[in-house]
Ligand binder design. Structure first.
Ligand SMILES: [Zn+2]
Length: 576
């Protein structure tokens, strides 16, 4: 019933020098261990032409429709848990695999025609995913099974309850004409949501500055590929997160900060404001038709918050609690701006806080974030993070050969249980920005966990798509501490997906209520604030005997504690 939930996350690195593809194991080397655990490992078969992408989706939908026909046409006296609710989970899971692949193609392919094919097929899938909710024959079969009042427990009981809940939320309890209207509205909303995201991804926002405009930025920025585009012309891409952050944190000139901020904050505005207005109107209509007071009640019913009022109270309690701290922090930054501009009435604007917080940190905590990058070369951070997660969870990560790579420096890893040798799943790393690629940091499920109809367990395959500062001609990729935290966070989502044991696709891995999904990653990202942990991998790339001094880490922690205004660059796309 539910279309897939997609997530995003994470990093990757300079070529690792010690392996050639020939020396790497392949997925086949893990098959016998998987078979022993009654598990299946799958590297997706990646389509290579727009036609093939379309054929993949059409085939997947045709197969799923056959499955729906089978559920819907059976004798209502012979219905069982397996031939109704489980059969529905099986077929939506299978169709979802095609949608997951289409999303990866849309977000990563270097060929714009392939990205367009991915995007088109996602729209086709979303339309179909909405329409299956309205298969009355299927609903009748499931309802007939529910009416037998089966004694179910645990995950089975949850599957039946939530399947019925989804039908109610789709309007199946309503009279036919109203049901038809809700179906139409949901399809329109789903299409608009895809358009909204696509418009942002497509928005390319180059802004040309002189060196004087960018006074205050580190030399490493000017040397980054693609930045210097003329004699005294430097092109900053407002849509590229790391470039935006570097300018906002370091540019002395307020006009520069403001210009870039406004451009980034209005990316795709022309196209998206009308889309957003239509979406709001549609959401409200849908909620009212289904008998909810508002869209927020409709949305929170399936979350831990349960009601819009609970969610609203949580937010307003949070705001009340942090308001005094927020005000004192703004006052502190305001003083710095007043001194800097010789204007006692200077106000901290939304494009100012990153810059003055950075100045404040440099003065008060003496933490030079740019200088700290030297301690975080990408490959060392990645290896260090792997060591930490491997030891905490008793896992082993091994780089393996990828039969197809959408970019040269794509990496594929196998995760195994280090105690038993059981393979648990795989993850791809696609870590640096490029034109047309998804421009945030996130984890995407490609193959979710699921107990297959033949009794074997399908282990997951996921991808982390990130946009870390790329290497330059003379330096490796050097990360900010915040990027390191993002990597730990996003990789937490990957592990959440991979270690799953859930029987059903709709509960596996990160398929949890939206207000729980961040919890594992938010806990795991805290490792990067501990000296003991940082010392295991953070070292000056020019002289690895140099670790981050204890007093700096203490100051970083004090600073973190003092700051409420902190950008957390982690994003999730939910396509439910
Ligand atoms: Zn997250």
């Amino acid at each position: 019933m539910k279309s897939s939930v997609f997530f995003l996350s994470f990093v990757f690195a300079a070529a690792s020098p010690s392996f050639s593809a020939a020396e790497l194991k392949t997925v086949d080397d893990f098959r016998s261990a998987a078979a022993k655990a009654n598990a299946v490992l799958t590297i997706p078969n990646w389509e290579q032409s727009p036609k093939a992408v379309e054929a993949m989706m059409n085939g997947a939908i045709a197969k799923a429709n056959k499955g729906l026909d089978q559920i819907g046409s059976q004798d209502l006296k012979a219905v069982t848990f397996k031939n109704t609710v489980v059969a529905l989970d099986d077929l939506t899971y299978q169709a979802g695999l095609a949608a997951n692949k289409a999303v990866i193609i849309k977000e990563t392919n270097t060929n714009p025609e392939m990205r367009a094919a991915g995007e088109n097929t996602i729209k086709i899938f979303q339309d179909w995913a909405v329409s299956i909710d309205y298969r009355e024959d299927v609903y009748k079969a499931i309802k007939a099974f529910a009416d037998t009042h089966p004694k179910l427990s645990g995950e089975d009981e949850k599957l039946l309850n939530e399947t019925l809940r989804d039908y109610r939320r789709a309007g199946l309890d309503l009279p036919p004409d109203q049901r038809k209207e809700v179906e139409q509205l949901r399809k329109e909303l789903s299409k608009l949501g895809t358009d909204f995201d696509t418009n942002i991804v497509k928005a390319n926002a180059p802004v040309i500055f002189t060196k004087a405009d960018l006074d205050g930025l580190p030399e490493s920025f000017f040397a980054s590929p693609g930045v210097r585009t003329g004699d005294d012309a430097y092109t900053v891409l407002a849509n590229v997160t790391w470039q935006f952050n570097t300018v906002e944190e370091n540019a002395k000139n307020e006009a520069t900060r403001k210009q870039l901020y406004v451009i980034r904050d209005t990316l795709a505005k022309e196209a998206n404001v009308p889309v957003l207005n239509q979406m709001l109107a549609l959401r409200n209509k849908i909620a009212l038709r289904l008998g909810y007071k508002s869209w927020d009640d409709y949305q929170t019913e399936v979350k831990m918050a349960k009601t819009g009022a609970n969610a609203g109270k949580y937010i307003s309690d949070l705001v009340t609690g942090i308001q005094p701290k927020f005000e004192s922090e703004v006052a502190e930054l305001q003083k710095l701006k007043a001194a800097d501009t010789n204007d006692p009435n200077a106000k901290i604007e939304v494009w100012d806080w990153r810059y003055y917080a950075n100045q404040r940190d440099k003065q008060k905590y003496a933490v030079d974030k740019e200088a700290l990058r030297a301690f975080f070369p990408f490959q060392n951070v990645l290896d260090g993070m792997f060591n930490i997660y491997q030891s905490i969870f008793g896992l082993k990560f091994e780089k393996i050969a990828a039969s197809y790579k959408w970019i040269d420096d794509l990496q594929l890893f196998m995760v195994t249980d280090s105690a038993t040798g059981e393979p648990l799943g795989m993850f791809y790393l696609d870590m640096f920005p490029r034109e047309g690629k998804f421009n945030h940091f996130a984890q995407f499920e490609i193959i979710g966990g699921k107990l297959l109809p033949d009794g074997k367990y399908q282990r997951p395959t996921v991808a982390l798509l990130c946009n870390f500062s790329p290497p330059t001609a003379d330096k490796p990729s050097l990360m900010t501490h915040q990027e390191v935290e993002t990597l730990f966070h996003e990789f937490g989502h990957a592990l959440h997906s991979i270690v799953t044991r859930a029987k059903y696709g709709r509960f596996a891995g990160t398929h949890v209520p939206g207000d729980f999904i961040e919890a594992p990653s938010q806990m795991l990202q805290n490792w990067v604030w501990e000296k003991k942990v940082l010392d295991t991998f953070a070292a000056d790339y020019r002289d690895p005997s140099k670790k981050i001094p204890a007093e700096i880490i203490k100051k970083m922690n004090d600073e973190s504690f003092s700051q409420l205004i902190r950008a957390r660059p982690s994003f999730h796309i939910s396509a439910t």
